[in-house]
Design a binder for this molecule. Structure first.
Ligand code: NAP
Length: 323
């Protein structure tokens, strides 16, 4: 019999890639979607024939219990959250409701309705905040620096606690920034690849960025969702860092993206201090030693390949839009 998986956040970047992966692997896939007055299903519209949409919300415990009871999943991936860090400062309580308490509701629903289901929680490198060491490992202390990171830290420890107290197969993937053509342009990677394509096509003529020397650990969302799946295929639940294990500066990213379209970035990019982030003296970069050794996972796509595929996507999309 085919395995069944339930994905929360299926309309998001990671959810849509994970749904594709699981469908390819022969799973029966259920996606939890919150109702909205206009459609938010664009990222999964190509999967409608292969996925069953169930209505629910992380804010509503009974909807989660109903969805789990109806779908009887073998695996549950919680990718839903308020996932935009700046918004967590303007909506801190709502961020906690979705990103922290939502996970409590989900864990409690699993315990009551399908306690043998394997559970993946989307944890984040933001739990490390201003870390005391670099690279970070699964043992690095959590020192979150924004309401999103605080909410993710709560969710992380609840997931670990349910594993220890109730013996659930519940685990956390601490993902670092991962990107794709399905990422919004409010995130710096896509902002840059999209702008390079726009400028090449004469649709824009400048790009304003913050600290060009800021460094990030970026990987491809498709690589990240494969690691999530792998984590639920083990005998025993455990937590892993999912990252590229290397950093690149915003300047390197800009250079690479503008190279892809044959332009000199220095003619178009200016620095705007409004986009600067607080102190970044300690690098957020993940050690992938544990996941590499124990699960045999490492990213397939290099930084350069990721930039190229995203610029290429944006060039094609913008060109088609114009036609
Ligand atoms: P995303 O594109 O922002 O997707 C978030 C998803 O959560 C959307 O499907 C959204 O549904 C859903 N959602 C939000 N509130 C909900 C609620 N109350 N009930 C049910 N669903 C709700 O995020 P992503 O980039 O795919 O990231 C996936 C997960 O990984 C998130 O938990 C994120 O915090 C975490 N993460 C991501 C990164 C990264 O670089 N992408 C890094 C570290 C951690 P709507 O379509 O209705 O808005």
């Amino acid at each position: 019999m085919n395995k069944k998986a339930l994905i929360t956040g299926v309309t998001g970047q990671d959810g849509s890639y994970l749904a594709e992966l699981l469908i390819d692997k022969g799973y029966q896939v259920f996606g939890l979607v919150r109702r909205s007055s206009t459609s938010n299903l664009e990222r999964i519209s190509h999967l409608f024939d292969h996925i069953q949409i169930l209505c629910g919300d992380l804010l509503d415990q009974s909807s989660l219990m109903d969805v789990i009871t109806d779908s009887q999943p073998d695996e549950i991936y919680n990718l839903a959250s308020q996932s935009y860090v700046p918004l967590s400062w303007t909506q801190p309580a709502l961020t906690a409701e979705y990103t922290a308490l939502g996970v409590s509701r989900l864990l409690e629903s699993i315990r009551r309705c399908k306690s043998d289901a394997k559970f993946y929680q989307a944890s984040s490198s933001e739990v490390f905040g201003q870390p005391e060491e670099s690279p970070q490992t699964e043992r690095t202390a959590f020192r979150p620096r924004n309401p999103y990171g605080v909410a993710k830290a709560y969710a992380h420890w609840m997931t670990v606690n349910y594993r220890q107290k109730y013996n659930l197969y519940s685990c956390c993937g601490i993902t670092y920034t991962h990107e794709s053509p399905r990422r919004g342009t409010e995130f710096v990677f896509r902002k840059i690849t999209h702008a390079a394509a726009q400028i090449k096509l004469g649709l824009a003529n400048e790009l304003k960025l913050g600290n060009l020397d800021a460094r990030r650990d970026w990987c491809y969302a498709k690589d990240a969702v494969y690691a999530m799946w792998l984590m639920l295929q083990q005998e025993k639940a455990d937590d892993y860092i999912i990252a590229s294990g290397e950093t690149h500066s915003v300047k390197e990213l800009v250079e690479c993206a503008f190279n892809c379209v044959g332009l000199d970035w220095q003619d178009y990019v200016s620095v705007d201090y409004a986009f600067y982030r607080p102190d970044e003296s300690v690098q957020l970069v993940g050690s992938i030693d544990k996941i590499k050794t124990e699960l045999g996972w490492q990213p397939e796509y290099s930084f350069k390949q990721l930039v190229e595929l995203m610029v290429d996507y944006d060039l094609k999309k913008l060109t088609n839009n114009r036609a």
